[in-house]
Ligand binder design. Structure first.
Ligand SMILES: [Zn+2]
Ligand SMILES: [Zn+2]
Length: 127
């Protein structure tokens, strides 16, 4: 078994996180802009009473816009999840488990894990 490459994987994880963060920032700015320019596009919030009676074309454009936003959120969510510890989902992954070599937990959870949360292989405690 070859030794893991934590520095390489960490670099990739960090890059992914940076990309995800800048994406979230851009998305937030876009949402702010949409709120500001309330009346030329969609209403700031989509309550059913606001939507009822709207022309179909407008409803469809709102639907398309929301779909786009959901897609963006899903992409960011996916990227963020890929970086987060599988155990606590709060800290970033930072430890490669031995012997299965899965890079799935943070340093805090790594000390308490008896088995890999991904493949259930018993973890060899660090000496
Ligand atoms: Zn954790
Ligand atoms: Zn594993």
């Amino acid at each position: 078994i070859r030794p893991p490459l934590p520095s390489f994987q960490t670099a990739i994880a960090e890059q992914q996180r940076d990309e995800a963060l800048s994406h979230v920032k851009a998305l937030t700015e876009k949402l702010e802009q949409m709120k500001m320019s309330g009346n030329n596009g969609c209403p700031p919030n989509y309550r059913p009473c606001d939507l009822r009676g709207m022309p179909l074309a407008k409803l469809k454009s709102i639907q398309a816009k929301l779909r786009e936003e959901i897609e963006e959120v899903e992409i960011v969510l996916y990227q963020e999840t890929a970086n987060k510890c599988m155990k606590c989902e709060e800290k970033n992954r930072s430890v490669t488990l031995v012997p299965c070599n899965h890079y799935v937990v943070c340093d805090t959870c790594a000390t308490t894990q008896r088995e890999c949360p991904y493949c259930q292989t018993p973890v060899t405690p660090k000496a």
